[in-house]
Write a protein that binds this ligand. Structure first.
Ligand SMILES: NC(=O)c1ccc[n+]([C@@H]2O[C@H](COP(=O)([O-])OP(=O)(O)OC[C@H]3O[C@@H](n4cnc5c(N)ncnc54)[C@H](OP(=O)(O)O)[C@@H]3O)[C@@H](O)[C@H]2O)c1
Length: 280
């Protein structure tokens, strides 16, 4: 019987790949007294629902849609969570909530030798993932611009990051303007291209695609998105978002256990899970 429990809360949460990757890491490290499971908590009972894992001795939890913002009211968000406006990892021992998405992205870009400091980076999207990306990329020294279907939302994101983290100089532009902006990296933080809409791309097909850029696509179902294919067809390099998923999880794993997890094991478990669903 596992004595040390961690898990993920969401609604719905059954689709989450987090249990697969964390439990694979526990097995690989022989941490047989650890278990990671998924808990479905409806939004209207989030406060009450949080009592369950706390009372049952959970060490910490990951937090996914739709609880990432609301949970800020029930934990002590650290500076990163406050800047991003969302918590995805909680340590019940301290009551602190943090957000590992920005660090997960930056760690995976670094693992893939993508240079960010002093680079021009275009972020596609203005939702929660984009806010984490812009926060991380700007702090890592990139010059960042945002393109989003709803421009007003992108402008609000820029204002929020200025207010919460003092991040300035982030431009909002149209896709047409971005085509000639001269970025070396594009990070897709939209959900466009996600399974089953696999033929769609956030880079609209009439707009000239910049040659030789690196695309980092946070979408990882499918492994090779339409955007990634456009990029490679124009002489660029494309990286899917599975590594970010593993690395944001790895930061939580280390926070809870004090042990560095085997990233390759986590990645292999994720690949296998997606392959078995036909979404790899
Ligand atoms: N790899 C990872 O570890 C990782 C981590 C976090 C998130 N993600 C992925 O990142 C994606 C975004 O997540 P999120 O939490 O930021 O979601 P979100 O808050 O719902 O934001 C969705 C974004 O996608 C845009 N969008 C949606 N449908 C569109 C369409 N048909 N055409 C153009 N733009 C469209 C939205 O634009 P509007 O503002 O105009 O609606 C918005 O910018 C998801 O696919 C998620 O799975 C991956």
């Amino acid at each position: 019987m596992a004595q040390k429990r961690v898990g993920v809360i969401g609604f719905p949460v059954e689709h989450s790949l987090s249990p697969i990757m964390h439990n694979a890491a526990f097995v690989a490290l022989g941490m047989n007294d650890w278990l990671y499971d998924a808990m479905s908590i409806p939004p209207d009972i989030l406060r009450l629902g949080l009592r369950e894992p706390r009372q049952h001795g959970y060490i910490g939890i990951n937090v996914t849609v739709p609880h990432k913002e609301a949970i800020m009211n029930f934990v002590r968000p650290d500076d990163t969570a406050k800047a991003i406006g969302a918590v995805n990892t909680v340590d019940f021992r301290t009551g602190i909530g943090t957000n590992t998405d920005a660090a997960g992205l930056l760690n995976d870009l670094a693992a893939n030798d993508v240079k960010i400091a002093a680079a021009r980076v275009l972020v596609l999207g203005a939702g929660g993932a984009a806010r984490a990306a812009v926060y991380g990329l700007a702090r890592a020294g990139a010059t960042v611009a945002i393109v989003n279907r709803t421009m007003k939302r992108a402008r609000r994101l820029v204002e929020q990051l200025q207010a919460t983290a003092g991040i300035g100089g982030v431009q909002v532009m149209t896709l047409d303007a971005a085509a000639s902006w001269g970025m070396s990296v594009i990070v897709n933080c939209t959900s466009v291209g996600l399974h089953p809409q696999i033929t769609q791309s956030p880079w609209l097909f009439g707009v000239p695609f910049p040659a030789g850029v690196t695309v980092y696509d946070m979408v990882y179902r499918p492994a090779n998105t339409a955007l990634m294919q456009q990029c490679v067809a124009h002489g660029g390099r494309a990286i899917g978002g599975l590594g970010m998923l593993a690395r944001q999880g790895a930061i939580a794993f280390e926070l809870w256990t004090g042990v560095e997890p085997p990233i390759e094991v986590m990645m292999a478990a994720l690949h296998a899970a997606l392959e078995s669903k036909g979404e790899g």
